[in-house]
Write a protein that binds this ligand. Structure first.
Ligand code: NAD
Length: 319
């Protein structure tokens, strides 16, 4: 980015958000972290996520909900953000099946509340955290932004698709510049504790069995966190109208291979319990990243083996 900016990061205390806040501060920007510290996982973890930046004079923390219009109004009035990176949301495919109303309330009504506040304060630039899950069980691989996406298989996925659609509406009606980034399973230090890499590593270290669904044949395009923050930063520089980009590594790793890599890195064998595939879980994710490569100069750098090594090193440092 040529000039330094005041950037509002919703969900800034979460896994991806805390890394992004750090990265933006390192690059000289003023960062307002807006997060409600919900208990989807332990909020103490979120406090820890931002403990290295909390005293940075360029950093402000607001503990509030994106569905709260009054709080949002006050923040926009006080800090005058020029750009919003909207990462706040209810994540988790399986949990969204249990409580679909909450997922739509936060991920759709929350996004709408934020967009309306931006309209009111004439802030028109936004990056929206979408997800590879919008592709559902896409038959064409790798997944391309050109593919038709109207067959989401979980409330989470369909709430993210609805978020994209709202972003398009605000571009169309009010000329907002919005880039929707479809993240493909993100991992690395501070990864959400509910995600498989983190959960498995934790259990293997404790000598507890891990639960393997679908016989380990499902596969994911895993994206290391520093490649995600680099992708977000590059897309901030190219905000122009409405755009969608896949942000992934463009490599798929089977669940069995993922477990093997963790076992090898830890030097411990996992105790595995096998279960049938879970509803809502897609069989495969695989990003075609040629659009992001060509238009954003997005260039993911961290291989899965390296990334797992960095993650395990971090995990061991936390014990
Ligand atoms: P996370 O749960 O660690 O971070 C989300 C943050 O948003 C949390 O700190 C939470 O407290 C906050 N939040 C939730 N609801 C809020 C609300 N109503 N008001 C204010 N703050 C709220 O999750 P993450 O893995 O860092 O994901 C960040 C975003 O990226 C999410 O929107 C998620 O759906 C999306 N995403 C993540 C992945 C992944 O693999 N981690 C993949 C695709 C998309």
């Amino acid at each position: 980015m040529e000039s330094t900016k005041t950037i509002l990061v919703t969900g800034g205390a979460g896994f991806i958000g805390s890394h992004l806040c750090e990265f933006l501060l390192q690059n000289g920007h003023q960062v307002i972290c807006y997060d409600n510290f919900n208990d989807f996982y332990n909020p103490i973890v979120k406090e820890k996520n931002i403990n290295t930046i909390i005293h940075n004079p360029q950093f402000s923390l607001i503990k509030a909900d994106i569905r709260n219009k009054e709080e949002l109004n006050q923040v926009f009035q006080k800090y005058c953000p020029e750009l919003v990176v909207h990462l706040a949301g209810m994540p988790g495919v399986r949990q969204s099946i249990e409580d679909p109303f909450l997922y739509f309330d936060v991920n759709v009504t929350g996004t709408l509340t934020l967009l309306e506040t931006m309209k009111k304060f004439e802030v028109k630039d936004m990056i929206f955290a979408s997800s590879s899950s919008v592709y559902g069980n896409n038959l064409r691989v790798p997944f391309s932004e050109k593919d038709q996406v109207d067959k989401q298989i979980s409330p989470y996925a369909s709430s993210k698709k609805s978020g994209e659609s709202l972003c398009y509406t605000y571009n169309n009606l009010y000329k907002f510049n919005i880039t929707c980034l479809r993240f493909f399973t993100v991992y690395g230090p501070r990864q959400r504790p509910d995600l498989a890499i983190h959960k498995f590593t934790d259990k293997i270290l404790k000598g507890k069995p891990i639960q393997v669904y679908g016989e380990g044949h499902t596969a994911r395009d895993y994206t290391y966190i520093s490649d995600i923050t680099a992708g977000i930063y590059k897309s901030i520089n190219f905000l122009n109208g409405y755009n969608i980009y896949n942000i992934g590594e463009s490599v798929t790793i089977s669940l069995n291979k993922m477990i093997e890599t963790i076992e090898k890195t830890l030097g411990i064998k996992a105790i595995k319990e096998y279960f049938p595939g879970q509803p809502g879980d897609v069989g495969l994710t695989f990003a075609d990243i040629s659009k992001a490569r060509n238009e954003l100069a997005f260039d993911p750098k961290v291989s899965f083996d390296e990334g797992i090594e960095y993650f395990v090193k971090w995990k061991l440092s936390q014990i």
